[in-house]
Design a binder for this molecule. Structure first.
Ligand SMILES: Cc1ncc(COP(=O)(O)O)c(C=O)c1O
Length: 415
């Protein structure tokens, strides 16, 4: 790329490729008219929460779609994790990945349970079943793997290791609603699984989540704990919390579910377009979906090899951001490098070599029903341009940042 072409990049003063920012996780919105009708029903009925008919219908639909006996709708995925793990009796230490959104770890720490971070598989993004045994201690009470990016972790192997230590497993499937593993829907594995229906998720209920399980006793305990522990009108049997989903959230959830097939189709088309556009770009590797399974295609994740691209992940982010492409470094820098975990386990990184190696190289790119095929073409076109001229772009960015550092030092010296 010559200097003139470089000048066209927004980061060097050119016009941004997009007028409005393109975010990762812009909500998928279903049929607005159906939502308005449901809102009308809710207001006319004057049942706004406390497991009204909308929540019951939502729970039933989710249980049917996943193929489980119980779904307990929740106010969000974090509370779903807290309640599921508490109801099973997790305490002491629980083995979980650091390569996840911090809510996975927080849901444990919130209950004074120590998350013991386990590395991911070499070359993968998911918990390595082979590393679980070295972390089991007499205080270990469970395993909390994550079906990150809607891609299943090594479910069978994890269940088998956990089983050999008689450890219950709860899967954090916040990203994985609508996805399958070996032909069976995610949500039906382990003692329980949780989903998130946050606005950024494939199916959203504004905020929301669910615990899904085939365990009747567990389902009952979860339901009680979610409603302050009330067993009857004036009878409380557990420490409980308010984890209830509202009717309006369930109305949004049901409306989203009705458009699920269109969401998948749109996301899948975007994914194929990204795949085609990125396939010949050296140093930018798309994390692929296994299309023999059911996938929600909600996450477009790329690994950047900066030895080949000559621009770092951060520099790529800076260039894309100037173009109004709000790519994200999910989930940088890893839970073990965030507080309070960083202070609790300052040396955790030593055991998390694969996690550390991956976290600096991952970018999530915008997709979802708000992102069109034309948008994807533009994004991949820019990434391609960037990779062709990585050296020149990198040098110019670095020269600019050392110039501004020098200037800042001069201003400080003059002050
Ligand atoms: C892996 C993971 N677990 C848990 C959560 C928590 O879900 P929520 O935002 O619904 O509380 C999220 C949310 O993004 C997540 O990404």
């Amino acid at each position: 790329m010559n200097r003139k072409t470089l000048d066209k990049l927004a980061v060097f003063g050119g016009k941004p490729a997009f007028l409005q920012p393109l975010h990762v996780g812009t909500p998928n919105i279903g049929d607005k008219q159906r939502l308005f009708e449901r809102l009308e029903d809710i207001l006319n009925r004057r049942i706004l929460t406390n497991r009204g008919p909308m929540v019951q219908e939502f729970e039933q639909r989710i249980a049917e779609l996943v193929g489980v006996r119980h779904c307990i709708a929740m106010s969000n995925g974090t509370v779903a994790l807290e309640i599921a793990t508490r109801a099973i009796g997790f305490k002491g230490e629980v083995i979980a990945p650091s390569m996840t959104f911090v809510a996975t770890a927080h849901a444990l720490q919130w209950q004074q349970i120590t998350p013991v971070f386990c590395d991911i598989k070499p070359g993968g993004h998911h918990l390595d079943p082979a590393r679980i045994k070295e972390l089991v201690t007499p205080r270990t009470t469970g395993v909390l793997p994550v079906n990150l990016w809607g891609r299943p972790c090594d479910i069978d192997a994890i269940l088998s290791v956990a089983d050999s230590y008689e450890l219950p497993v709860v899967f954090d499937s916040a990203h994985a609603f609508g996805c399958s593993y070996k032909g069976k829907m995610i949500g039906s594995f382990g003692r329980a699984e949780i989903f998130s229906f946050h606005a950024t998720k494939f199916i959203n209920s504004f905020e929301g989540g669910a615990v899904v399980t085939n365990d009747d006793d567990l389902a009952e305990t979860v339901r009680l704990m979610q409603n302050f522990g009330f067993e009857g009108r004036d009878r409380v049997g557990h420490v409980g919390i308010n984890g209830k989903m509202t009717e309006i959230e369930a109305a949004m959830g049901l409306t989203s579910l009705e458009s699920m097939d269109q969401f998948v189709e749109h996301n899948q088309q975007n994914y194929h377009c990204y795949k085609e556009g990125l396939k010949r770009i050296p140093g930018v590797e798309l994390v692929e979906y296994d299309e023999r399974e059911r996938c929600n295609y909600q996450y477009i994740v790329v690994e950047i090899d900066e030895r080949i691209t000559s621009v770092s992940c951060n520099e790529m982010l800076e260039v894309l951001s100037a173009e109004n492409i709000d790519a994200r470094r999910y989930f940088f820098p890893g839970c073990h490098r965030m507080e309070p975990y960083r202070s609790y386990f300052p040396n955790a990184g030593i055991l998390l070599g694969n996690t550390e190696n991956l976290l600096g190289r991952v970018l999530a790119l915008p997709t979802g029903t708000a992102i069109t095929i034309e948008d994807v073409h533009k994004i991949t076109g820019l990434i391609s341009l960037l990779s062709e001229s990585g050296r020149a772009v990198g040098m110019r960015l670095r020269a600019r940042s050392s110039r501004s550092n020098r200037l800042a030092k001069e201003v400080l010296a003059d002050a």
